[in-house]
Write a protein that binds this ligand. Structure first.
Ligand SMILES: [Mg+2]
Length: 214
């Protein structure tokens, strides 16, 4: 029996074209430049390296550079210090789609809950989600780690088989699947990790409703 539908936040609940993640990425590079005295090109390369190997820049920094807790806090605050309303705006169609899915709703993001709350407010859907889980709630592990999903499930108090995970990043669905979740990719190409693929988040209800009614 399905109980929860869990949505990734960035570039899942709003499209990449809105540009919010480009600004967050720019701030990540700015933070790296300052912290490690890098050129812009070196910061781009460092971000790419950590993202590819650890799922988020932060995970890589913790493993390879042993960031102190105060630095982790500074990083998370700095990179998410974006005026989100300049990038995303209320989306009544998204709200209606969410309302049409008869499951409890949560957001699980590699970003912080504070930032997630601001983005959800800007989209006009904050009140649709009863639980928000961020990187600080799962021990700063990125979603490429199965353990991160295990911790998220603990927070929800639900087993993986009772959850649908909706994501735009295929690698994040691999670990979701490994804990038993049903997986939905918002994207173009079918991938082995995704049970379903939809082109737009607005199409998620069409594939999930039949599963609930089963
Ligand atoms: Mg995403």
């Amino acid at each position: 029996m399905l109980e929860f539908i869990i949505f990734d936040l960035d570039e899942t609940l709003y499209p990449r074209a809105d540009g919010l993640m480009i600004e967050v990425g720019r701030r990540i590079q700015e933070w790296l430049q300052r912290r490690f005295s890098l050129t812009p090109e070196e910061a781009v390369a460092m971000r790419r390296y950590h993202y590819t190997h650890y799922g988020t820049t932060l995970s890589g920094l913790i493993v390879e550079h042993h960031l102190a807790p105060a630095e982790v806090h500074d990083y998370l605050r700095f990179v998410h210090d974006v005026r989100v309303t300049e990038y995303v705006s209320p989306n009544p169609a998204l709200a209606a789609m969410l309302d049409s899915i008869p499951l409890r709703k949560a957001v699980y993001t590699n970003a912080t809950v504070e930032y997630a709350r601001r983005v959800l407010r800007a989209l006009g859907v904050a009140d649709r989600f009863e639980r928000l889980i961020g990187i600080e709630e799962v021990g700063l592990l990125s979603k490429v780690y199965r353990e991160a999903y295990e911790r998220a499930l603990e927070r929800l108090g639900a087993p993986g088989r009772a959850c649908v995970m909706v994501e735009d990043t295929p690698v994040n669905l691999r670990s979701a699947k490994s804990v038993g979740m049903t997986t939905v990719l918002v994207g173009k190409e079918p991938v082995p990790e995704a049970d379903f693929v939809v082109a737009r988040v607005l199409d998620v209800a069409d594939v999930v409703r039949p599963l609930v009614e089963k």
